[in-house]
Design a protein around this ligand. Structure first.
Ligand code: F6P
Length: 553
């Protein structure tokens, strides 16, 4: 049962409704038969339609979810975020990623009263000028050649969002045309294999390296940055770094110490969480270099459009709020520990990896804002894969194994439609046939009677039964272009915030990633001592000692 609001009236009603539903074995087949109910659960906002009628939410439960949102003062919490209150309380920071995509004339103040939008546009103007110079050959490399390729170094929030957007636009006609023959690679993993992959076929003479790190201390990124600095200097000499390396960071001092001049730093601020930073210079620098500033500006406008919707629409018509309440219902009342993100669009192949971080680093928490322990698990495990690929992978489990609430995403029009002569159903229609079929297959299933009616032999009937009653939501969107992509990003970011608000947790810190980093430092120093001085492994538990000895042997 929901911890933060367990004493509220709505929370009690929801808990009662969840157990009544289980007792009465309410099935989605029955819920879907109520068309008046379904009608209320299909919400359209500017060409983006959310259908959550296949969630296990009986008609009378929806108002309780909306009441819960009122009881936790959801609107007030959105307002607190919007107005720059330090809702990231453990770090005493505002949470203002919406300012990153605000219109130039807007005003969003941080906790100290600074208008962050002015700062944002200062950096955006600088990126626009810089990216145009690089793209039109005014800014050249050390040997006078144009910089046609970019390697963006960064990890976590300094990588996943930019790669998601890069991939999503790679087949968009406008972005593709604007990219021309330019190449953008990402270097994230400290695994040396990733260096080989990122630099394969590239020449330092024509490559620009962008080091992206909020702190400029992240071990993996710093090592990769040193590796790439050497890759450039070896061929072009150390003076060439100024022409071939720029940085995106909040830590100017460290960047300068590394050897990148202050004029080549694109800043951002501590009110931008790493996983919410793709609309800052973190994403805008590499993406503007690749696709041009105008394409990125469209993406930012799309994110802004969803922010404005989130800030102004009433709860019952507010897409992030509705999706967040569905998430809370599934995780905290129905007890589903996972959820799947299933875009029927190959260009969204990196959506799930990005949302994994956005959601799991935000809501994978065990205590509430006040430090008290949650009474139940909060954020679910997120995973996903584009359809139809996923259908040939893990859908078996979703249909006949565990119940995994799913979010389907489909588009009315393809980025790259293909028509085959003589084929009645074009490729995109084929894809979308699956997009429409899967949610119904999950919800309705197939009974033993239906199997028998089809003449399935009795011994196979149990194997061919689909119990159904597996919840999902579907989002149908016009077309995946830069603008709609921005809306999708913002929608999922705000869904996570809504869920965190209801659970009463701080979705904007990430202390859980620290311990592993500290232990890795101890191991690193042991490995270095053992390699250099032959020091024996000590200070670790038996198992780690044995494994490290074996590694060093
Ligand atoms: O994984 C932890 C984390 O701190 C993320 O939150 C962040 O996005 C990532 O590391 C990278 O950090 P930085 O941008 O400071 O290099």
């Amino acid at each position: 049962m929901l911890a933060t609001a367990e004493k509220t009236k709505a929370a009690q009603s929801l808990a009662t409704a969840a157990s009544a539903m289980a007792q009465n074995e309410v099935h989605l087949r029955d819920l879907m038969a109520d068309e008046a109910r379904c009608m209320k659960m299909i919400v359209e906002v500017d060409g983006m339609t959310l259908d959550f009628s296949r969630q296990r939410i009986p008609a009378e439960v929806l108002p309780h979810l909306l009441d819960l949102w009122s009881e936790v003062d959801g609107a007030g919490k959105i307002q607190a975020m919007k107005s720059g209150m330090p809702i990231n309380s453990t770090e005493d920071r505002s949470v203002l990623h919406h300012a990153l995509r605000a219109a130039r004339e807007s005003v969003y103040r941080d906790k100290d009263g600074v208008n962050t939008v002015e700062l944002v546009w200062g950096v955006l103007d600088k990126i626009k000028a810089f990216s145009e110079k690089v793209r039109n050959g005014e800014w050249v490399g050390a040997t006078g050649k144009a910089l046609t390729d970019v390697v963006a170094i960064g990890i976590g929030g300094s990588y996943l969002g930019p790669e998601f957007i890069y991939e999503a636009l790679r087949t968009d006609k406008t972005a593709r045309e604007s990219a021309g023959g330019r190449r953008l690679r990402f270097l994230a993993n400290v695994d040396p294999i990733d260096v080989t992959r990122a630099t394969e076929g590239l020449d330092p003479e024509t490559t620009l390296v962008v080091v992206v790190s909020k702190t400029f201390t992240t071990a993996e990124t710093m090592l990769n940055a040193r590796t790439m600095r050497e890759w450039i200097s070896k061929k072009l000499g150390s003076d060439s770094v100024a022409k071939h390396m720029v940085a995106v960071s909040t830590n100017t001092e460290k960047v300068v110490e590394f050897g990148i001049g202050q004029e080549n730093i694109f800043g951002f601020w501590n009110w931008v969480g790493g996983r919410y930073s793709v609309c800052s210079a973190v994403g805008v620098v590499p993406l503007a270099l690749q696709y041009g500033f105008e394409v990125v500006a469209d993406f930012l406008s799309g994110a802004r459009a969803m922010d404005d919707h989130f800030f102004s629409a009433p709860a019952e018509a507010n897409l992030p709020v509705l999706m967040g309440l569905v998430g809370v219902w599934n995780a905290s009342y129905l007890g589903f520990p996972t959820r799947a993100l299933l875009p029927y669009c190959q260009a969204l192949l990196k959506l799930a990896p990005h949302i994994q971080q956005v959601d799991m680093e935000s809501n994978g928490k065990r205590v509430k804002v006040d430090g008290s322990e949650l009474q139940s698990d909060a954020g679910p495990v997120n995973f996903g894969e584009p359809g139809t690929n996923g259908q040939h992978s893990f859908y078996q489990l979703m249909h006949q194994g565990r119940v995994v609430p799913a979010d389907f995403i489909g588009f009315k029009e393809s980025q790259q439609p293909v028509e085959l002569e003589g084929e009645v159903v074009a490729n995109h229609d084929e894809l979308m046939s699956n997009f429409f079929a899967q949610p119904d297959a999950l919800a309705f299933g197939k009974t033993a009677e239906e199997c028998r009616a089809q003449g399935i032999p009795e011994n196979l009937v149990p194997h061919k039964v689909f119990t159904g009653n597996r919840p999902s939501s579907s989002l149908l969107i016009t077309k995946l272009d830069a603008f709609q992509l921005g809306r999708i990003l913002s929608l999922f970011e705000h869904r996570t915030a809504v869920e965190g608000f209801v659970w009463g947790i701080n979705s904007f810190d990430q202390w859980g990633v620290e311990l592993g980093k500290v232990l890795a430092t101890q191991v690193r120093s042991q490995l270095s001592k053992s390699r250099k001085e032959g020091a024996s492994v000590s200070g670790f538990n038996y198992s780690t000692t044995k494994m490290m000895q074996s590694y060093l042997a």
